[in-house]
Unconditional design. Structure first.
Length: 645
């Protein structure tokens, strides 16, 4: 009779073993297919993210560059209007007095060239009088009744943009002056827009609506001076996104757009948009995109770690299956329950944690006991995977924090990992988690902890390394910083600076807004070269950084123009103290090529009372007027204004 019972018992045990094994295998297959689907989905989503980031970056860069071009053209127009407005009869007495006036205006506004043309076609500059029919034929060929732009070749094939404005009611030597115009070095303007970061180079160029290039500068694989639309229409140019007809229609109707093309063997993202009031198009192009490489590199690392963790999970499942089958077949159902102390709920949670978490434990709050479920490496000094599996939780947590946690995080971790604090958090949330740093081989690494409460009131805890996640976040922060920073001076660029100041002004916080130009900057470039000019700009930028506090907004508007905003300064006396410090910092600038030649600036400062209802445009115009008044004085000079309620 006993032997029969034993047979039935063995059959029952075998049946249980088979059912358990099939269940584990079925669960394993679910996890396997889930990982495959997740992997494919991750790759697809990564490619979508890469495209979105690239499109966002190039569009924002193009908008900022277009704004710079529009601002440059607007400023040159304002310079001409002012030059015509303030000319006096004394300036028109003779050719010599007119030349002297033109030279003064050029120095004041830092203009490359200023020319007056009369009805007979004579063109007057600050150094000569020429016949415009030969030098500037467009002036007499066109009936200029409003501001207009021309493109012409200067000094061989070098292109210049001419901004011409009609002149009214001014007579010189008995003849009416017809036109006043300035020359804009469009090549230098576009070259200064090129951005290079690591292996990524971003190209900019300007085109007419018919695709004709305004410059002698190239756009990536599009050669210097080439017609943009003609290059796109060639049979060897293929469109990955968009079409030639779309671009042609956008140019004709003044619309912005984005395309992806393969040109001369390279795939490029190209964004184009019209320039306000100029009938031009600005284009920005990127190829060999470092953004894509960074995102894809980070994703590959994450996927590789996931694959390693998945292999570990497979090994754990195989070991668990072998252990489970062996236990059931040898001891029966009751013995199996005794051997397998982890409930199904625990198993599912641990199964989930094991995909990404390095070390996994269970904690019994009633006994304060910690049981090791999975351990890679070691917990603390002298305690690794070969040690026993059950410990006092509080003692183990304190040892771990003392031996491994970064000193500055130890106090926080003692509170965060204390069992009462953990239990309190788990009363309100399903998962309690946080991040901290550890020291390992004298290197700092980032880790994350996660606690989950089970239905039987026990707790499952997991700890994992998150270095890749932190690095990816830092890379994203770097890209954002790059888009907001002027590459030469490391100050905020115009777009980000204006946005931050506008927010502060709109919030009626008050403060001081400072606008300044570098005196004689064209002289530095022309006499000593652009390299020395760049050193001057960097020196002024560093002086501003030393003058203002870390929380203040300091940015470069473009060229030799800078601005700053300090919310904490709301009186003229406080502003004078700060700007006197700036004058001293300017004197500390040492540039070997300049010798003792001083670097001075013309400054406009507007004090904004707290609660004043104004906007950035109003404040900027007020400061700009002050800058022009300061230019009438020698050396670094400040002119003040204020905006009250």
């Amino acid at each position: 009779m006993s032997s029969v019972k034993k047979v039935f018992s063995d059959m029952k045990n075998n049946k249980i073993s088979i059912i358990a094994s099939v269940g584990v295998i079925f669960l394993f297959l679910i996890i396997l297919f889930s990982n495959i689907i997740l992997s494919r989905s991750s790759r697809k989503n990564t490619n979508i993210a890469v495209d979105k980031v690239s499109e966002f970056y190039i569009e924002e860069l193009a908008k900022n560059r277009a704004k710079d071009v529009s601002e440059l053209l607007r400023r040159n127009y304002d310079f001409i209007v002012n030059a015509v407005k303030v000319i006096t009869d004394d300036d028109l007495k003779s050719v010599k007095s007119l030349r002297k006036y033109i030279h003064k205006i050029k120095i004041l506004y830092n203009i490359y060239s200023l020319v007056f043309v009369d009805e007979n076609g004579l063109a007057y500059t600050d150094y000569s009088t020429t016949t415009s029919q030969s030098a500037y034929p467009f002036v007499l060929n066109e009936a200029i009744t409003e501001p207009v732009f021309f493109t012409m070749n200067m000094y061989g094939a070098r292109k210049q943009v001419i901004l011409a404005v009609p002149v009214e009611n001014i007579v010189f030597n008995g003849v009416k002056l017809k036109v006043c115009y300035v020359q804009i070095d469009i090549d230098s303007l576009v070259k200064n827009m090129v951005v290079q970061f690591e292996e990524m180079e971003t190209f900019c160029n300007l085109y007419y609506k018919n695709g004709e290039c305004l410059t002698n500068v190239g756009l990536g694989t599009f050669g210097p001076g080439r017609n943009f639309l003609t290059e796109l229409s060639r049979p060897e140019t293929s469109f990955v996104d968009g079409s030639f007809e779309d671009v042609q229609n956008d140019f004709a109707e003044g619309r912005s757009g984005q395309i992806s093309v393969v040109h001369n063997g390279y795939e490029s993202y190209i964004y184009y948009l019209p320039i306000e009031d100029a009938s031009w198009f600005l284009t920005v192009s990127i190829y060999d995109n470092v953004i894509s490489e960074h995102i894809q590199s980070t994703t590959k690392r994450i996927m590789r770690n996931s694959e390693i963790q998945f292999l570990i999970t497979i090994a754990l499942f195989l070991l668990f299956t072998i252990q489970l089958s062996y236990s059931v077949s040898k001891r029966g159902k009751d013995l199996l329950k005794k051997q397998v102390s982890i409930s199904q709920e625990q198993l599912l949670i641990i199964e989930s944690l094991s995909r990404s978490y390095r070390n996994i434990y269970t904690i019994n709050p009633e006994t304060n006991k910690l049981t090791i479920i999975q351990l890679n490496g070691y917990i603390t000094q002298g305690l690794d995977s070969h040690s026993r599996s059950t410990y006092d939780y509080t003692e183990m947590a304190n040892r771990y924090i003392t031996d491994r946690v970064y000193p500055e995080d130890q106090e926080f971790m003692r509170d965060a990992l204390s069992l009462p604090v953990v239990m309190q958090h788990l009363e309100n949330v399903e998962e309690y988690s946080g991040s901290y740093r550890i020291l390992e081989n004298d290197e700092v690494h980032f880790y994350q902890y996660s606690y989950t409460k089970l239905k039987n009131n026990k707790i499952v805890a997991g700890f994992k390394n998150i270095d890749d996640v932190v690095k990816a976040a830092k890379e994203k922060e770097l890209l954002i910083s790059l888009s907001e920073t002027d590459s030469m001076t490391n100050l905020y660029n115009r777009g980000s600076g204006e946005r931050k100041v506008s927010e502060a002004i709109n919030n009626e916080k008050g403060g001081i807004f400072v606008l300044l130009d570098v005196d004689n900057f064209k002289h530095f470039n022309d006499t000593y070269g652009h390299e020395v000019g760049d050193k001057v700009l960097i020196g002024v930028a560093q002086s501003l950084k030393k003058t203002f506090r870390e929380g203040d907004i300091v940015f470069r508007l473009g060229g030799d123009e800078f601005a700053a905003y300090a919310e904490s300064i709301r009186t003229k006396n406080s502003a004078q103290t700060v700007l006197e410090r700036f004058k001293l910092n300017l004197k500390d600038i040492k540039i070997e090529e300049l010798g003792d030649f001083p670097i001075t600036t013309s400054i406009g400062a507007v004090v904004i009372k707290k609660g004043s209802k104004t906007n950035f445009s109003t404040v900027y115009k007020a400061a700009d007027v002050c800058v022009y008044k300061s230019k009438e004085q020698e050396g670094t000079f400040v002119t003040y204004d204020s905006i009250e309620l």
